[in-house]
Write a new protein. Sequence first.
Length: 260
Amino acid sequence: MNFALFLFVLLVVTGGVWLLDLGVLRKHRRSDARQPWWVEYSISFFPVILIVFLLRSFLVEPFKIPSSSMVPTLLVGDFILVNKFTYGIRLPVINRKVVPLNEPARGDVMVFRYPEDPSLDYIKRVVGLPGDKVEYRNKRLTINGRPVAVRQIDDYLSRERMQFSRRYIETLGGVEHEILLEDDAPAAVLPTRAAGGNCNYNTSGLTCTVPPGHYFVMGDNRDNSSDSRVWGFVPDENIVGRAFFIWLNLGELGRFGSFR
């Protein structure tokens, strides 16, 4: 369900009823007559829907993390906030950029519309920018010929899967964040047809050149993430915003605050 479109339709309907009452209906109604219920409800809900629509379209939008692809940065069940204006102001519903501001940077955690099904929202970390040469071979990341710095720390225990994964601190674009790797997972990935252009695959991994206006993204849970290695690049027009804050997790109430 496209909630933005649903909210926009509600806004148009309630606003239209308010204008209809203001310009026509009240003129033909006795001064002591009560408004019809559908007019009363529309006028009452219109300002609330307007405020929610503006906040959600241009400032922040809430999301819930549905999968483990961004563990350990984001856990299943995390409710997060997404900054809607940091990458530019976009028209709601059609998502067209009208005021360019900042561009996504390496290390950003970004929400975007899944290129193979734009009705779905995905969240991953930005790894490659337009023009970058991204290599991921034998589970080591290299960008433009320079290996990305990593250092190993204590293993991570997944409570959902009840198994340990090797945990590293990766420094990407000046941003330090944790990633997970699993010893028994293969280095290579199986791409879909969408990822075929601009990429070269073999048993050790892949090398991709990011085309103009596109981004290469990966999950922090590297061996449990379907991302640009599988389905290709994220076009700029699919970008929703930058994730920056965890405000609730019903399973772990202590998870509250910003993240990188």
